[in-house]
Design a protein around this ligand. Structure first.
Ligand code: F6R
Length: 242
């Protein structure tokens, strides 16, 4: 695990460099996209490069990590809507080249199996971008998740629902209780994983991620077993590292 402590602005540029290097090598490379605040600087950097004509994702493909269950398509807080607004609509990635788990499916188990198959059929994820929750979750693999889990339905913890209520006008009751998420085993199959975290609120989770024992209680710790993980954090998120 490589740990880079730098300014938030620089994190965006460094990960954009990784994305540019991937598509230079493999123009139809597969990106794994996270929603949330953490990757926004990355998406800004990539969008600037696409605007400037120095980077193109026209042949790339992408998979998102997770989705709420039960939000109608187009709901402003739905992760597909969010990733379209934050990233897809700002770059030249074709909208139909981006897939996410279907939280509106009548048969959620079948939707999860179909998602696993779609990732497999695309040849797997080349570069997976991750954030980390204050409780150590990655994607929506909350504490207690099986370290070898696959895409499945999960119950969101109260902590995560509270953390995400800001995307539902602060109304905790509107935050869904369930989600579909790639499993830890699914994420571990990505060829390169880049986790970004900023701010003191992430310091405890980052401490466990980098220095803690591998445990389902801090799901991100499974990344210690991955051969190629880059952790990019600012000073505040690094403040509890030994
Ligand atoms: C988002 C996701 C989550 C977030 C995490 C951190 O697709 O899977 O694991 O990465 O909750 O969220 P932010 O970046 O908003 O602090």
């Amino acid at each position: 695990m490589e740990v880079i402590i730098t300014e938030e602005e620089r994190i965006g540029e460094l990960v954009a460099d990784d994305i540019a290097a991937l598509v230079a090598r493999v123009p139809d490379g597969v990106l794994g996209l996270a929603t949330g605040s953490s990757p926004l600087r990355i998406y800004d950097s990539v969008a600037r490069r696409v605007d400037a004509g120095t980077l193109s994702l026209a042949r790339a493909r992408a998979f998102t990590l997770d989705e709420y269950v039960g939000l109608p398509a187009g709901h402003p807080a739905g992760y597909r809507t969010v990733i379209d607004a934050d990233f897809v609509s700002r770059v030249d990635l074709p909208a139909d080249a981006v897939q996410g788990p279907d939280g509106t499916a009548a048969d959620l188990a079948a939707a999860c199996a179909a998602y696993e198959a779609a990732i497999r059929d695309a040849g797997g994820v080349d570069l997976q971008i991750l954030g980390i929750g204050t409780d150590g979750h990655i994607a929506f693999n909350e504490p207690g998740s099986s370290l070898s889990s696959r895409t499945r339905v999960k119950t969101l913890t109260e902590q995560t629902r509270r953390d995400n209520a800001r995307f539902f006008d602060g109304d905790l009751e509107s935050v869904p209780r369930h989600c579909l998420t790639q499993g830890l085993g699914t994420i571990m199959e990505a060829r390169h994983i880049v986790l970004v975290a900023t701010g003191a609120g992430k310091a405890q989770a980052v401490h466990h991620l980098v220095e803690g024992a591998v445990s389902a209680l801090w799901p991100a710790t499974i990344l210690q077993h991955h051969p190629r993980v880059s952790v990019l954090i600012d000073e505040a998120a690094a403040s509890r590292l030994q």
